[in-house]
Ligand binder design. Structure first.
Ligand SMILES: [Zn+2]
Length: 130
């Protein structure tokens, strides 16, 4: 991580730079009060790892389906980790990573279903796996 300014000084909803402001001040962009509690690093990491795993799952789904399915399961396990709202704030980056991971999971699932359908119609299309 090479963030120069503290990520806590970013609006937790829209990511607006709030460096010169105190906790509780409203964001000029979206009007929410700045939450200065620390970010949940474990939750942030889980969202990022899920994104990386799902990109690989999408890339490998056609070449190595069993590996891709394992990667998708590992990503689902990461995304199942919950955020501790009593101690940590839910940062803009954490929200964004979750949103991207959900899009990627949807793309992977569409490819997965498409491959199941194609395999039904043409059983030997993955001839390089035999
Ligand atoms: Zn904002």
């Amino acid at each position: 991580m090479t963030d120069v300014e503290s990520p806590v000084k970013q609006c937790q909803l829209c990511g607006y730079d709030m460096t010169d402001r105190d906790g509780g001040e409203t964001c000029p962009e979206c009007g929410s009060a700045l939450d200065t509690r620390p970010d949940d690093q474990r939750y942030l990491q889980a969202g990022f790892i899920a994104k990386v795993l799902l990109v690989w799952a999408i890339a490998l789904q056609i070449l190595l389906p069993p590996v891709a399915i394992l990667l998708a399961f590992a990503a689902a396990f990461q995304l199942a980790k919950r955020h501790d709202t009593s101690q940590y704030r839910l940062s803009y980056r954490a929200r964004r990573d979750r949103k991207h991971a959900n899009y990627l999971a949807f793309i992977w699932f569409v490819i997965f279903v498409a491959m199941v359908v194609i395999s039904e119609m043409w059983p030997n299309w993955q001839f390089w796996l035999d």
